[in-house]
Structures are given as structure tokens and as C-alpha cells.
Design a protein around this ligand. Structure first.
Ligand SMILES: [Zn+2]
Length: 472
């Protein structure tokens, strides 16, 4: 019997901290040896000329999520994880969303059913708390936490999800008690409502006005409010999908006060702008870019790059939230033509996250390859209790590896992607850097765009307490 199931030979291994020429020996789905030369494997992969990176960890994806009675999400766990793997991501953290008036525990059971036997790569769940009743706060959350869902997300906007300030404080208090990490969608509900009504009153109903209904100050105000609540409770929080300088300033201010406030940003905030929402001459095609917070402008891109470089941001996630474009269950829902407020919120991006950050970041000299690995894999695993099993290349870690060609030039196009959506917001976007092979738990998941993993290959991940949260 061969000593190794797999050897990856001749590549340059890049982790968050080091860049080393070495071979990798894999057995039983895990990395068991790093050495100058490894021979005697059942299968050898020649990685010469390529970079060998930890598989991406995408800690913010929405799959098969209920999105209202007439809207259907474009990806379930099968197509969503297939697309993830094709894009070099080997672990996803998806959301299990509580419907108001229902048990959170039942919701999580339902998401387990949606994912089991479907996922091609490993996955975990964050909980979305939309109805923090006493039984949810005192019984369900602690039990689910013990089952390995050690983070939950709260929303400060959206009719079906918004929590008021008292509810936010109550959820934060539970997070403090359980040492859970709370993720916050920080946009101010009432201000958005006010601006939406005003814009509609002026006949400004095209998708573009979605961006004007949620300017940066809406995000800045909610970010500040979330930080104040977190300070009161003395609990760490993660501000997700930060779009520009104004919320970043609040986060830096909080850190200056010694508060544990973490932050995430996404590809849309370094590569799309509000002008994309104009579509063709302010028509409904701008709906392809409707997401919240909306993409901003070039000055915001520059601010985000500053934050990616200086440690303001720990994670770079996709916020993959896929809807069809040309479908009455998607962006072209009949009511969407009457106002931007009915356009389903979210864009697909699970498959293009790494390429966009590499191309705009590493290839253009803004960040190093090691920083890229930290932002796309290592920090996610650390933040959400999966490290060092996930997010790095080390003896004992799962053999989740992507072979990366840093020089390969490609153009992102819908017809080469594997996701369920019928469009990509990055159609025609040229990138340098592309995943050549994705290995998930020691198995070749994807090679040159061809997917070998099968539904059910991915397993549910019970996560530990986040070390960023764990009390000293
Ligand atoms: Zn969100």
C-alpha cells in the first residue's frame, strides 16, 4: 500500500504567513506531510509553475434560502457548492434563516435537510435570528450553539428580518453568555423606509434608485449603533459586507476604544459601482446589480483597499445571494418593474470571489499573496471556529487545496460558470489568476472547470467557539 493517497509535487505553497517550495503528502483526506520531496503516492499531481493555496473558505453565502412567497433563490446546496468548488473554494458557511413566528431549531433542521446529500464541499451554518423570543434566546440558541453553529446574524433592516434596538441588545447578551460571534447587517431600517417612500413619490422607481435609498450614511449610522450596543453588552461583533469609508471610520473608531469589532467586505465593493444599477439607460436590467449595501463608487474602492491592507477587514466573502435575472421568480418579478423595492436583493458571486481579489489585489500589487490567503481562507477559519482544520496548509489540516495559476488570463462569463443563476454581474470582467484544480478533503473536486465531486461529498462542520470571541 502506498504511503500517501496523493502527493502534490513541485508547487509553491502559500499560506497566510509563508511562501515555501515544498511537496504535500495526503492520506485519509488530510495533509500528513510537508517535505522537500514526497514520493510513493498512489497519485501524483504535478504543481510545478503553480501556487498551492489553502482552499478558499467563504464565510458568507446564502443557499436555498426562503426569500418571500414569489421569489426563488437560484442556488441550492448542490449548484452553490459546485460553483464554489469551481472557483477554488472548499468550505462555505451558509445561513439557516429563522422565519418570524417559527422555531429556530426547526429552521435549522430544515436547512440540514436541504444540505445533506447535496453539498459537494464541507459546509456549516450561521443562524439568522429574526424572532428572538424567550425560548429562542434561552433554549434554542444555546442548544444550536452546542451543536456547532457558533455564530449568528442579525439584521437592522428588511421587513421580515429587522430587529429593534432592544431585541439587538437581547441577542447580543445571549452571544456574550454563550461566547457566540454575532454578525451584523448594519443598515438603518427607518431611514431606508423614509428615503424609499420619498424616491417613489418622486417617480424614481428604477433599480438605480435602490442605491440612493441606502446611501453610506445609512450604513454608517447603523454601524455606529451596533457598535454602541456591543459596547454596552461588552461583546465582540462582526460587521459584515462593509461597502466604503464611512462605516470603516466607525469600525476604526471602535477599535481605538479597545472594542472587539471585526469587519468583512466583498468583491462588489472593489469592482462594481452604483452606476452599474443604471443598467441600459435606467432600465430594469440594473436589477442584476441590486444588493445591500449597494456598490458605491471609485473613492469607496480606494477606501476598501486601504482597509484590506491595514487590517480593518479580517475577511473577504462573497455574500453570494443568487437570484435569476430573467425570471418572474427573480429580478424580473412583475412588481420589480413598479419599484426597486421589489427587486430581490442579492447577487451571485461564490465562484468569482478569489479571481477578483487576486486579479485586482495581488496581480495589481495592492496586497501580497499571503494577505490574499489570509483574507480568503485563513481568517475565515479562525473567525468562525474551523482553524486549523480549515484555512491553512499544515500537517493535520484537511487536504483542502487549490492549485492556482497566478498568470492565467481569463474573462469572467456566464457560460463558463457553474452557479445556478442565469447571469453574472461580472460578465466580461477580465482577470489575471485562476484556479486550475480544487482538492477537497484529499479528493480532486474540480480540474480545469470539470467537476468531479458529487453531491454528498461535503459534510456538515460542527464549529468551535471563535478564538476571536473566547473569553480570556
Ligand atoms: Zn446582509
Amino acid at each position: 500500500m502506498a504511503e500517501f493517497d496523493l502527493a502534490i509535487r513541485g508547487g509553491t505553497v502559500v499560506t497566510a504567513s509563508d511562501t515555501t517550495r515544498c511537496d504535500i503528502g495526503v492520506r485519509g483526506g488530510r495533509i500528513v506531510q510537508l517535505a522537500e520531496s514526497i514520493t510513493g503516492a498512489s497519485r501524483e499531481i504535478d504543481a510545478s509553475g503553480l501556487l498551492v493555496l489553502p482552499g478558499g473558505v467563504d464565510s458568507h453565502v446564502h443557499l436555498d434560502q426562503e426569500s418571500g412567497p414569489e421569489i426563488r433563490m437560484a442556488d441550492g446546496f448542490e449548484s452553490g457548492t459546485r460553483a464554489a468548488a469551481a472557483g477554488g473554494t472548499t468550505t462555505v458557511l451558509a445561513f439557516a434563516k429563522q422565519e418570524k413566528g417559527t422555531s429556530l431549531r426547526d429552521c435549522v433542521m430544515r436547512y440540514h435537510q436541504k444540505a445533506a446529500g447535496q453539498a459537494l464541499i464541507d459546509y456549516g451554518f450561521h443562524l439568522i435570528v429574526s424572532d428572538p423570543t424567550p425560548s429562542v434566546l434561552n433554549q434554542e440558541l444555546p442548544a444550536l450553539f452546542a451543536d456547532g453553529c457558533t455564530s449568528f446574524k442579525v439584521f437592522m433592516t428588511y421587513d421580515d428580518l429587522v430587529l429593534n434596538d432592544r431585541q439587538l441588545l437581547e441577542v447580543f447578551a445571549v452571544a456574550k453568555r454563550e461566547q457566540a460571534l454575532v454578525m451584523v447587517h448594519a443598515e438603518g431600517y427607518d431611514t431606508i423606509k423614509f428615503l424609499t417612500a420619498k424616491l417613489e413619490g418622486e417617480g424614481k422607481t428604477a433599480p438605480y434608485f435602490h442605491a440612493l435609498s441606502r446611501p453610506q450614511l445609512v450604513e454608517r449610522e447603523a454601524t455606529h449603533r451596533a457598535i454602541s450596543h456591543a459596547e454596552l453588552i461588552d461583546v465582540p461583533i462582526m460587521i459584515v459586507h462593509v461597502s466604503g469609508r464611512e462605516p470603516m471610520e466607525q469600525i476604526r473608531w471602535a477599535r481605538g476604544r479597545g472594542l472587539k469589532v471585526f469587519a468583512e467586505t466583498c468583491p462588489q465593493y472593489i469592482s462594481l459601482t452604483a452606476d452599474d444599477l443604471k443598467g441600459d439607460n435606467m432600465d430594469i436590467s440594473g436589477g442584476k446589480y441590486v444588493c445591500s449595501p449597494p456598490p458605491r463608487d471609485h473613492a469607496s474602492w480606494a477606501a476598501i483597499w486601504e482597509g484590506l491592507k491595514d487590517g480593518t477587514f479580517q475577511t473577504f466573502s462573497s455574500d453570494h445571494c443568487p437570484f435569476y435575472y430573467d425570471s418572474p421568480e427573480g429580478k424580473l418579478h412583475p412588481k420589480a418593474k413598479t419599484s426597486f423595492r421589489y427587486v430581490p436583493n442579492g447577487i451571485p458571486g461564490i465562484e468569482t470571489r478569489l479571481q477578483i481579489l487576486w486579479s485586482e489585489g495581488v496581480a495589481k500589487g495592492r496586497i501580497t499573496a499571503n494577505e490574499f490567503v489570509a483574507l480568503t481562507a485563513t481568517n475565515h477559519a479562525k473567525m468562525y471556529g474551523l482553524y486549523p482544520r480549515k484555512g491553512t496548509i499544515a500537517v493535520g489540516s484537511d487536504a483542502d487545496i487549490v492549485l492556482w495559476d497566478p498568470n492565467r488570463k481569463e474573462t469572467i462569463r456566464q457560460d463558463i460558470l457553474h452557479h445556478g443563476a442565469d447571469y453574472t454581474p461580472w460578465e466580461g470582467f477580465a482577470v489575471t489568476g485562476w484556479p486550475v484544480m480544487t482538492i477537497a478533503c484529499g479528493r480532486i473536486a474540480v480540474e480545469d472547470g470539470k467537476v468531479f465531486s458529487r453531491p454528498g461529498d461535503g459534510q456538515f462542520l460542527r464549529r468551535e467557539i471563535s478564538p476571536y470571541v473566547r473569553a480570556a
